[in-house]
Design a protein around this ligand. Structure first.
Ligand SMILES: Nc1ncnc2c1ncn2[C@@H]1O[C@H](COP(=O)(O)OP(=O)(O)O)[C@@H](O)[C@H]1O
Ligand SMILES: [Mg+2]
Length: 233
């Protein structure tokens, strides 16, 4: 059975794509066959983060029925498999939300886990993509604005009977706007990973690699690996 796990937030720029590619890589490393799917259909960047800037087949062509899933699945040198999005603006105009719902069937069985990176906000498109997942991980920073938006997303997921696996608290520094306890209390969901503010993540991004691959000993990488172990059970 394939597990569809959505990586969601509310606020943009909190670290969803970073979490998706690193969790995918860490799962692959611990022997779980994972594929990262770019479900940020408006401004996809999984491909860009992994060094594939203009892919010929993408999730957009799969949704349109023009490409097979196999042809839109790419392999990063880390061993991570991923399905990027089409970065051309007109790719989005052709999309209809019903196709997103049907994509679940096309992707079922391709791997043990499909990690779905999503767009920010609670737009129709983001909600349709979130509905592809049976489970979600909520990414936030320890800041009130991000946590407030995360809470709205959690409520939406609960309305849709999607299981909230937990919160990835990203960009944690020595001094934070909100304490970890306050984030947990406000969201009512456990923190399942705490990722520090990390120079290694920035360096990895510049090299178009997941940090788990380029700097496996960094604190951030160790946290992503712990999360993968936890999800594998
Ligand atoms: N823990 C971190 N430490 C340092 N930089 C980070 C960290 N997490 C994310 N970033 C950087 O923040 C930016 C936004 O991250 P991204 O994963 O693209 O967020 P989102 O997908 O939620 O918009 C990227 O440039 C990324 O490299
Ligand atoms: Mg993103």
């Amino acid at each position: 059975m394939t597990r569809f796990i959505g990586i969601v937030s509310g606020k943009g720029g909190v670290g969803k794509t970073t979490t998706a590619i690193n969790l995918g890589t860490a799962l692959t490393k611990v022997g779980n066959d994972a594929v990262v799917l770019d479900g940020n259909l408006t401004v996809p960047n999984v491909g860009l983060y992994l060094g594939v800037s203009n892919p010929r087949a993408t999730i957009h062509e799969i949704l349109e029925g023009k490409s097979l899933v196999e042809d839109a699945t790419y392999l990063h040198s880390s061993g991570l498999k991923f399905i990027p999005g089409n970065i051309m603006l007109n790719a989005l105009e052709k999309l209809d939300l019903n196709q997103i719902r049907k994509a679940h069937n096309k992707l079922k069985g391709i791997s043990e886990s499909v990690i779905i990176d999503t767009g920010a906000g609670l737009t129709k498109e983001s909600l349709a993509v979130m509905s592809m997942a049976e489970e979600i991980i909520v990414v936030t920073n320890p800041e009130l604005a991000a946590v407030t938006d995360a809470l709205k997303t959690i409520k939406k997921a609960e309305e849709k009977n999607i299981t909230v696996l937990g919160v990835v608290l990203n960009r944690v520094k020595e001094e934070n706007e909100m304490s970890l306890e306050n984030v947990e209390t406000m969201l009512g969901v456990p923190i399942i990973a705490t990722i520090p503010e990390s120079e290694a993540i920035k360096r990895a991004q510049a090299q178009r690699h997941p940090v788990v691959f380029s700097d496996p000993g960094s604190m951030a990488s160790l946290e992503f690996k712990k999360l993968a172990e936890r999800l594998k059970q």
